[in-house]
Design a protein around this ligand. Sequence first.
Ligand SMILES: [Zn+2]
Length: 72
Amino acid sequence: MYSAQQIANQSLGVYQRGVVECEKCRSPIIIRQPGMVSVEFCVPCPKCGHRGIYLKRMIYIEDAADRRVKPR
Ligand SMILES: [Zn+2]
């Protein structure tokens, strides 16, 4: 499931994924470059299509879950 590009990014420590919860349907919305968003940002929900305004501090960063499957 992991591409070579993702593995390369992980080894550099730059692979991060942010998630915010849709304010309407509570589905997780993936933020691919959480470091790149502004303090307030607008993203459409992939599930219900609602465009919510979210704050950067509402982003939950996922970056540790992949470590144990990192190939040696
Ligand atoms: Zn939604």
